[in-house]
Design a protein around this ligand. Structure first.
Ligand code: MRU
Length: 345
């Protein structure tokens, strides 16, 4: 699979996901502002992948701050500003602030101006490597939940392209196939940004994993036909009570899955949990440009002058979630108590 991010030592190259699957091109980020722009415009997207990208953005910021700061205090102030700017790119995925804060903490801990930029470069690489390992562990735990032959419905893209590789939801699919199970995937196209059609279908096809593309409004029908054995999605932020923010449309799928008695699984790393918030009601839902809804590939499809609403995520109440699959294991019937016990927070 194509790498989502490539760190060259001086620049960050990001696979431009707005152009996939037709054009496979990397954009080169030479400073943290380029990285912020790539995250905001969704050239790179998916909670873990934006965390990794922002970590490298902090490395670029550290090299830049080093050239203009006379003291460690000035340097840290400069780095703090870059951190806030990177975090402002997208509000919902907690992995973004998690990664940036990890970089900031490291910089403060070192305290020696000259040593900070190379140490941050090392840490960003560590965050990237860790993410790949974590995805593989999520995959292993999740694969055990699947029967020997299954059709999985997924939404958006929680695959290799959304992570440092392997994926969370699609990592479960990959691991199950590696364990000898017969798995096929139904992918929702995921309006308005079409991550399912453009990215999930692309990466599964590249890996020769059987995939069938449907439009979002076909999900109820395919479930009613007995085609789907389980739903597996990723997450952008999980509250302390197990409520899950993920791509808009996820909540609807969870309700449909309950109606059809189909297990609804969420695959997510520990870095996606936000134990600072008690429930999903506290999650800030990003609202994006109305043109993402009004246009398809730059072509207006809706009348001019109408009101348009474009929330990028929704929150699935934890009562609809059969289990959350993490790198530490599977949490069945997630709720405040089961999460506290399993995640020891
Ligand atoms: O807007 P996106 O494409 O960044 O949304 C991505 C999702 O909702 C994913 O499901 C989530 O980030 C998990 S990716 C492993």
């Amino acid at each position: 699979m194509l790498a989502t991010t490539k760190w060259t030592g001086k620049t960050l190259e990001l696979l431009d996901q707005t152009q996939l699957p037709l054009v496979k091109e990397y954009v080169v980020c030479t400073n943290y502002r380029d990285v912020q722009d790539a995250i905001r415009s969704m050239k790179v997207r998916g909670a873990p992948a934006i965390g990794v990208s922002a970590a490298y953005g902090m490395v670029l910021a550290a090299y830049e701050c080093e050239t203009c700061a006379d003291s460690i205090d000035m340097f840290l102030e400069c780095l703090d500003n870059a951190a806030s700017y990177l975090i402002s790119a997208r509000p919902t995925a907690v992995n973004l602030e998690w990664a940036v804060n990890r970089m900031l903490d490291k910089a403060r801990e070192i305290g020696d101006l000259a040593k900070i930029p190379p140490a941050l470069a090392e840490l960003a690489q560590e965050i990237e490597n860790e993410d790949l390992e974590v995805c593989m562990r999520i995959g292993k735990h999740g694969a055990e939940l699947l029967p020997s032959s299954a059709t999985v419905l997924t939404h958006c893209n929680a695959g290799s392209l959304a992570t440092a590789g392997y994926g969370t939801a699609l990592g479960v699919v990959r691991a199950a196939i590696e364990a000898g199970k017969e798995i096929e995937v139904y992918a929702d196209e995921t309006r308005p940004f079409l991550q399912g059609a453009r990215l999930t279908a692309f990466e599964l096809a590249e890996d020769n994993i059987p995939v069938t593309l449907i439009t979002d409004n076909m999900a109820a029908y395919v479930m009613s036909q007995g085609i789907i054995d389980c739903v597996i999605v990723g997450a952008d932020r999980i509250a302390a009570n197990g409520d899950v923010a993920n791509k808009i449309g996820t909540y609807g799928l969870a309700v449909l899955a309950r109606e059809h008695d189909i297990p609804f699984y969420v695959a997510a790393p520990r870095s996606t949990f936000d134990f600072g918030i008690q429930s999903g009601r506290e999650i800030v839902i990003e609202e994006r440009d109305e043109n993402e809804v009004a246009e398809i590939f730059g072509q207006r499809i809706a009348p001019e002058g109408i009101r348009i609403f474009n929330p990028a995520f929704d929150v699935t109440p934890h009562r609809y979630v059969t289990a959350i699959i993490t790198e530490q294991g599977v949490i069945h019937s997630p709720c405040a108590e089961s999460l506290r016990k399993s995640m020891a927070f």
